[in-house]
Design a protein around this ligand. Structure first.
Ligand code: SF4
Length: 216
């Protein structure tokens, strides 16, 4: 790509034609509920997380609740999200950390969020962007796949993708870009069978160009 910033802007405008108002699909009422939902969403669909949290949050939904919860009870409630032992441990650690170090309030900066036990950069970026309205480029599996397919990067390292995308996209569009890429990856540019015939950004996509090259 010759001018990544210009191309990135055109790609986002193209994606807007397909996904007019992409938003976070996890259900939550508070920043803490979102934090729990994002931890649960690793390697799991948002649909399944929403089913689990619909029951979970009726009984437990504050840092106090989760810091005091019996770990086996939490494991049982989140079992169907997968990796339930790790996720239960991380949720309890993060809740305890929020109580001890942040007075029971979820911190509102990425720098503070990543210091919470069990909270990585992707989770911190999502919470910062969605719960606090910040601008952040959270790199999940969809964003990673799309950035590589389009040809923006050639890497499996999320931190490299975040750096490349935030360098090319104006900060005012980071959160929008994150949602657009996730929606495109979830509904069109799927992992196994990307639906290139429906895609509005074929002209910018290396993967599509390689498909066309093979057909010639
Ligand atoms: S052209 Fe195909 S591979 Fe490229 S972004 Fe669109 S759906 Fe994905």
């Amino acid at each position: 790509m010759s001018d990544k910033s210009e191309v990135a802007g055109q790609i986002l405008d193209g994606l807007r034609l397909m996904h007019s108002d992409p938003v976070c699909e996890l259900n939550f009422k508070t920043p803490f509920e979102l934090l729990v939902a994002v931890i649960l969403s690793a390697q799991c669909t948002d649909k399944r997380v929403n089913e689990v949290t619909a029951t979970l949050f009726r009984k437990y939904n504050t840092p106090e609740d989760f810091a005091g919860i019996d770990v086996h009870e939490l494991e049982r409630l989140i079992y169907s999200c997968g990796f339930y032992k790790n996720k239960a441990a991380n949720i309890i650690k993060a809740a305890t950390d929020i109580l001890v170090r942040f007075g029971g309030k979820v911190p509102s900066t990425v720098e503070e969020l990543v210091t919470l036990a069990g909270v990585g950069r992707k989770t911190a970026n999502v919470v910062y962007a969605v719960a606090f309205g910040g601008q952040a480029m959270a790199v999940d599996t969809h964003v990673l796949r799309l950035a590589n397919r389009i040809g923006f990067v050639r890497t499996d390292k999320p931190e490299v993708v975040e750096k490349a995308l935030t360098a090319a996209i104006p900060e005012s569009r980071w959160t929008e870009a994150h949602h657009l890429l996730i929606h495109h990856g979830r509904y069109v540019c799927k992992a196994r069978n990307p639906e290139c015939d429906k895609c509005t950004i074929c002209a910018y996509c290396d993967y599509y160009a390689s498909l066309c090259g093979k057909q010639e």
